[in-house]
Design a protein around this ligand. Structure first.
Ligand code: FCB
Length: 453
């Protein structure tokens, strides 16, 4: 018997706009910070870019048909802000909205719930030119954009998510420079983090009364030893990675060792009630304040600085676990740990795992991708979800990252996370063994539903 979930449990898959859509110059889309960043020499492995990506903009109907074949309950995607507002503010581009209407009509016709994320890192370039996320005004521009998307699309969306992984947007974008816009300005990264949180809160106001949540990437974090310096290092990293966002959204506070000075009233906006918290989970960090180790949890693909503002001296150690093709340690119990932690330490809130998955060096052989390692990864993490539910966590769903192989940011197309293999030359889609396995899990859960409800 495979993992069984309570009735109504959502089993879906996720993607994001810049990673899959392509069509960067079509139908009035403006440039985003990623369009600019990928053109800078040495910023993305192989000089790869998302100009065409996996051509989802033109192939969305085929992609939705694949989702329907797999039996997905839900599909989490993101809207490209510069498709809707090519200049980042003011005029709305109806053709941009039309694309997402057509996508969601297709999803709804196949009974797949649309889960819409408003921001998955593709800031309009004009807003970066005006200062980007370190600039407070960007949060207000985001609220305007959110209101416009909500007005046009609210009748089709099942669940809204505001900002995907503000940690990455702030610290990879403005501290380490691994991601667009590629700045290395630690103090501005903290400002960016606060304004991304503020953007979340303002967007929640803008799209009420629809069902909405924030989206954070949480890590399980363990001190290397019980030496107080290791414990302090772990606390520091937990503050930057997890509590900077969890405490803000769910309690209206910031960790006291992180120097952010919110304007009066900001924390009330940021912590306004939400309906669900979307949690992305990939790995565990083992951190030390005493031993030498790597300056970051995993190797960056390109020349970049430290994302750990104020904790640059903390070392990340090898935990000795098997790793994925990203070099990320596989630790499914870490997922159970972060879910139970949120349930224990914060006011009650329904949770959803909104991203979880793994890159492996897949081989397409004889018309098949036998990705047993990915199946094992997903299976273990679904079991961890089940265990968290058994411990009382109000977990409502799980989204695999990703539906299809795609543009993995600074890593380019070299890292494949998909359940569905994509030939980047021909754009041919082929469900991997993991996709067929996942479809089976979904079918078994559906069969079991009536007896549970
Ligand atoms: C997450 C991102 C997603 C993808 C996965 C592997 O941090 O949200 O776009 O890159 O990691």
């Amino acid at each position: 018997m495979r993992t069984q979930f309570p009735a109504g449990f959502v089993l879906g898959a996720a993607t994001s706009a810049y990673q899959i859509e392509g069509a960067v110059d079509e139908d009035g889309r403006g440039p985003s910070i990623w369009d600019t960043f990928v053109r800078r020499p040495g910023r993305v492995v192989g000089g790869h870019h998302g100009d065409v990506a996996i051509d989802h903009y033109h192939r969305f109907a085929e992609d939705v048909a694949i989702m329907a074949d797999l039996g997905l309950t839900a599909y989490r995607f993101s809207v490209s802000w510069p498709r809707i507002q090519p200049d980042g503010s003011g005029n709305i581009n109806p053709k941009g909205l039309d694309f997402y209407k057509r996508l969601m009509d297709e999803l709804l016709s196949k009974d797949i719930q649309p889960w819409l994320t408003l921001y998955h890192w593709d800031l309009p370039q004009t807003l970066e030119d005006r200062g980007g996320w370190p600039e407070r005004d960007t949060a207000y521009r985001f609220a305007d954009y959110a209101a416009a998307v909500h007005e046009a699309l609210h009748d089709r969306v099942h669940t809204w998510a505001t900002v995907n992984e503000p940690w990455c947007a702030a610290f990879l974008g403005y501290a380490s420079g691994e991601h667009a816009p590629g700045r290395r300005e630690p103090e501005n990264a903290l400002k960016a983090a606060h304004h991304l949180n503020l953007a979340h809160g303002l967007a929640v106001q803008a799209i009420r009364p629809s069902r909405v949540g924030g989206c954070v990437n949480l890590y399980a974090i363990t001190p290397a030893t019980d030496d107080p310096r290791d414990v302090a290092a772990a606390k520091k990293i937990d503050g930057l990675q997890n509590r900077l966002f969890l405490d803000a959204l769910l309690k209206g506070t910031y960790p006291d060792d992180i120097p952010i000075n919110p304007v009066s009233g900001d924390m009330e906006v940021i912590s306004a009630p939400i309906d669900v918290l979307l949690v992305n989970y990939y790995s565990r960090y083992i951190v030390s304040g005493t031993e030498p180790g790597r300056a970051s949890a995993s190797a960056a693909p390109t020349d970049s600085g430290s994302p750990w503002v104020g904790a640059e001296d903390v070392a990340f150690l090898d935990g000795g676990r098997p790793v994925t093709a990203m070099g990320w340690e596989i630790d499914a119990d870490g997922l159970r740990e972060v879910l139970t932690r949120v349930a224990r330490d914060y006011p009650p809130i329904p949770l959803v795992v909104s991203e979880n998955g793994a890159a492996f060096d897949d081989v397409l052989d004889d018309g098949r991708v036998r990705d047993a390692d990915r199946i094992a990864y997903l299976d273990a993490h679904l079991e961890a979800c089940r265990a968290a539910i058994d411990e009382g966590v109000p977990l409502e769903g799980y989204f695999a990252w990703s539906l299809m192989d795609n543009f993995e940011w600074a890593w380019g197309y070299g890292k494949r996370f998909g359940l569905v293999h994509v030939d980047f030359e021909t754009q041919r889609r082929l469900p991997k063994d993991s996709a067929l396995w996942y479809a089976d899990i979904i079918r078994q859960n559906e069969r079991h539903e009536p007896t549970d409800s």
